[in-house]
Design a protein around this ligand. Structure first.
Ligand SMILES: [Zn+2]
Length: 197
């Protein structure tokens, strides 16, 4: 897995626009938690002194990602004073977590993610990696090692341009919305053209 830094940067590039008058901290917090939620499976392992014990379990499945999206979508108006947002960022953010994890060097069994849990326990990963693994442990020298620093730098180099590009979009951090609108507009045009032939 990449660190929360990569997950957070990519998540923030995919989020719904900030509702007016809502504090930035609250809004960023909501999406950063969404983007990192799957890795809460570290907590039970940390409590028993073996952080990786339950990692890459059911919280790294497609079913969990969709369930998280539905729950977050339903809770969103309660968090943000009745404000509603398009549904795609709620899916894009947890899916980006799985995508990034599958592109990360995995050195701890089970290798890959149980994407199709509970239908299959087979783990899936890409045949290549672009992110270095973070060494995990409860000891200071493992967490704050040169290896982890290098992994962190690589993550920032790879994900920050995407985040910065999304930030520079006209409607804020919302990257996919204009792209999606264009796809829908083009599809409508195409259908209309076919109808007149
Ligand atoms: Zn993860």
């Amino acid at each position: 897995m990449p660190s929360p830094v990569a997950h957070s940067l990519v998540s923030m590039a995919l989020v719904a626009p900030k509702p007016e008058k809502e504090p930035w901290v609250k809004w960023v917090g909501f999406w950063v938690v969404m983007g990192n939620f799957a890795d809460l499976d570290f907590i039970p392992g940390i409590l028993i002194g073996a952080p990786s014990r339950f990692h890459h379990g059911l919280s790294h499945s497609l079913l969990f990602a969709v369930s998280l999206a539905v729950v977050a979508y339903l809770l969103y108006p309660a968090f943000f004073k009745g404000h509603r947002a398009a549904c795609w960022p709620f899916l894009a953010v947890p899916f980006s977590h799985l995508f990034l994890d599958m592109m990360t060097r995995d050195t701890v069994a089970p290798y890959g993610l149980p994407l199709f849990w509970p239908f299959s326990h087979h783990t899936v990963r890409f045949p290549f990696w672009v992110f270095l693994n973070m060494n995990r442990g409860t000891r200071f020298h493992i967490l704050f090692s040169w290896h982890n620093l290098a992994a962190l730098c690589l993550e920032v180099v790879l994900t920050f341009p995407f985040f910065a590009w999304a930030m520079s979009r006209r409607d804020g951090l919302n990257l996919l919305k204009p792209a999606w609108r264009k796809v829908v507009r083009d599809a409508r045009r195409w259908i209309r053209k076919k109808g007149t032939v």
